[in-house]
Ligand binder design. Sequence first.
Ligand code: GLN
Length: 199
Amino acid sequence: NPVVGVLALQGDVREHLVALAATDAVARPVRRPEELDGIDGLVIPGGESTTISKLAVLFGVLDPLRARVRAGLPVYGTCAGMILLADKILDPRSGQETVGGIDMIVRRNAFGRQNESFEAAVDVRGVAGDPVQGVFIRAPWVESVGGAVEVLAEHDGHIVAVRQGDVLATSFHPELTGDHRVHALFVDMVRARAKADAL
Ligand code: GLN
């Protein structure tokens, strides 16, 4: 079964470990660079993107992670994790770096004060059945995407889920709902990639 790490520097790590364990993946926390070895995929959780990026530098995991993503490691980021997977942040805080991987520009805290946290049904391409219940918490949206990016979902006219190759990102938090279909979609991507690499 695929081994999927969760970047465990800050944020809702435990919720992702639980969601992944509900699929057929083997889930484990990843904090140090050497823990990147032996994983088939990685989740970057929600939390605070500047904090995660600064801790990633401090733990020496940012550069190795960038290299692995460039080499094709499947990654899924939720909310702050989406911000970390953006090639560009519209309004970065000072010292805020990204891992990159998706040719997109994200806007942090995009849904604004009136609407800091809310839930909405979201149709996600690739997820069969009912819409996904999207939990948005000071969520980013995607301002613009390059040609290689597939838009998987929109809310209120704004892009909230994207995929480029084996890198997946959502503005919202499927790990908080008990509905594991988005995690299952990601684990399918991880499995397909591991199979292709083994050929
Ligand atoms: N607003 C946070 C950030 O900029 C993200 C919030 C979240 O992950 N729920 O990192």
